[in-house]
Design a protein. Structure first.
Length: 528
């Protein structure tokens, strides 16, 4: 008991915990452990390791790192519902001093008329002002954008992952043009200062009660909710894919380990048949399925193997690209690399050991042999979205396409791949959507009419060879929306420099930090 100091009835504090301490805490009746120490300070057991040990014993574990008492605004109220479910709570940091200070500052917000901080902890609901579901491109950018506008806002991000990925770089990794490690950063280093990180997964959104249920048994209440969890890669939607992915010449750039494998396969392949697939829409970055095909063709062309490789592109769509203005430039490279185009051809199954793939083409099924196949999985909204009251008939978050406000619940907004707006699902779209939601949410909060409008902007830098890109920028209805003074309908060198060198810096150093250069929202033609 000497390691755990009691601060108030049912509230304990400790210095850095180890795995063995979890069992001792459990034996003492502690039901929830709150980690106030950021991972990566020095010489500590990671929160994820302790969370796993806690989970084994049925103890809730919440990662809520804080660096100073200034971070405590709303701390106890935000924690109350999700943490103080039943039994005692234990807070810890490096020495226990930070957690003790945090509690002393926070409990003042919870004192009831009887002066009992403990009674308040047990009875008060969460008053988190803004909750953001997802800590990817949309979530981090959203939090940073809001904090730039009003640093006093109470914002929480719900995100289970410790690593953050620059997914736009995965295709370049698969083509041997980008270092894998440059696509990864620690999530903890990207969370904006003053924003609370709840390291958990969402299991349910309850819009009628303005609460979000978490997989650790807790819940978070919100005044405003921004939903941006991304989408779900539905690997099981293709028979046999999960059993063979990452071996037998079966790969996919949609996850980083397989992007590495793609490059290995391209280097090792000297002859044979290479298949590249695209599932039914919508998918994230609709150009990605063919970007890797062009990079592969260019690699084999430079190495002298192209004449010995048969390339086939099987796409479930009726055209090479959804915006006709960019198709002629792409067809030039289709001819150059000798690609056999197969429209309305949907991959149904993969047998890696037999090196065969089965497609549905029209009313028939066709089996193709392969030496290498790059598979893009079908994509759907996360389960907690598809089972909620928030979706449209197709299972995506239903929002107004201009304001990005939910069609039914006015205090809910959507950003990124999860929404049903008819735009390209790209990071570039997120960059334009975030300021729209930030402006409209804060206007709503202040009782003012919403005025910001999203025009459907998305960008797809189509890497047609190592050194050239067709920089496709467009909005709703395929309207061309170039942001640079060049002809994006033709392959050019600048597009490559922009894609390979400038966009990563824009992502990490501008977009995720709330610096909205060239991202000013359009204005609504009429206030809503």
């Amino acid at each position: 008991m000497s390691k755990f100091k009691q601060l108030a009835p049912g509230v304990f504090v400790a210095g850095q915990l180890e795995v063995d301490d979890i069992a001792q805490a459990h034996a003492l009746g502690i039901k929830t452990i709150i980690c106030n120490r950021p991972d990566g300070e020095s010489g500590q057991t990671l929160s994820s390791t302790l969370a796993a040990a806690a989970s084994d014993l049925g103890v809730a574990f919440v990662y809520m790192p804080m660096s100073s008492p200034a971070d405590t605004a709303g701390f106890a109220k935000d924690c109350a519902v999700q943490l103080q479910r039943e039994g005692d709570i234990l807070l810890y940091c490096r020495s226990g001093r930070r957690s003790s200070t945090l509690w002393e500052v926070a409990k003042a917000e919870l004192v009831t008329d009887t002066g009992s901080a403990q009674a308040a902890v047990q009875g008060v609901g969460s008053t988190t002002n803004i909750v953001i579901i997802g800590g990817g491109a949309g979530g981090i950018s959203m939090a940073a954008s809001l904090m730039k506008r009003d640093a006093s806002l109470k914002i929480s991000i719900i995100e289970p992952s410790e690593k953050h990925y620059y997914q736009a770089g995965f295709t370049l990794v698969g083509g041997g043009c980008f270092q894998p490690d440059n696509t990864i950063r620690d999530e903890s280093r990207l969370i904006p200062r003053g924003v609370r990180w709840l390291k958990a997964s969402v299991t349910e959104v309850q819009p009628e009660s303005n609460t979000v249920q978490l997989d650790n048994g807790g819940s978070v209440a919100y005044d405003y909710l921004v939903v941006c969890p991304g989408l779900q890669l539905h690997w099981a939607g293709i028979e046999g894919l999960e059993e063979t992915l990452g071996r037998n010449g079966v790969s996919s750039n949609y996850l980083l380990p397989y992007a590495r494998y793609t490059w290995q396969c391209l280097q090792n392949m000297k002859s044979g048949r290479a298949l590249f697939t695209q599932p039914p829409m919508p998918i994230k970055c609709a150009g990605a399925p063919q970007k890797i095909m062009y990079l592969a063709g260019h690699h084999w062309e430079k190495g002298g193997q192209l004449k010995n490789v048969d390339i086939e592109f099987h796409t479930a769509t009726p055209a090479l690209f959804g915006v006709p203005a960019f198709v002629p430039a792409l067809e030039t490279y289709i001819d150059r690399y000798g690609v056999d185009l197969n429209f309305q051809s949907t991959l149904l199954a993969v047998d890696g050991s037999a090196k065969t793939a089965r497609f549905k083409q029209g009313g028939a099924e066709v089996v193709k042999e392969f030496d290498f196949i790059h598979v893009v999985p079908p994509q759907i909204a996360p389960d907690f979205i598809r089972s909620s009251e928030l979706v449209d008939e197709a299972g995506w978050l239903a929002v107004q396409p201009d304001t990005l406000q939910h069609v039914k619940y006015e205090n809910i907004f959507g950003v990124g791949d999860v929404i049903n707006a008819p735009n390209a699902k790209t990071a570039a779209a997120v960059r334009k959507q975030v300021p729209v939601v930030a402006d409209n949410l804060l206007a709503l909060q202040l009782g003012k009419p919403m005025a910001a409008s999203y025009n459907g902007y998305g960008a797809c830098p189509l890497t047609v060879e190592k050194g050239k890109v067709v920089l496709a920028e467009f909005g709703y209805g395929g309207k061309l929306l170039p942001s640079l003074p060049l002809d994006g309908t033709k392959a050019n060198r600048f597009g490559w420099v922009f894609k390979r060198y400038m966009l990563p810096a824009i992502y990490w150093d501008l977009m995720l930090k709330g610096k909205e250069i060239m991202a000013k929202p359009d204005r609504l033609t009429s206030s809503k």
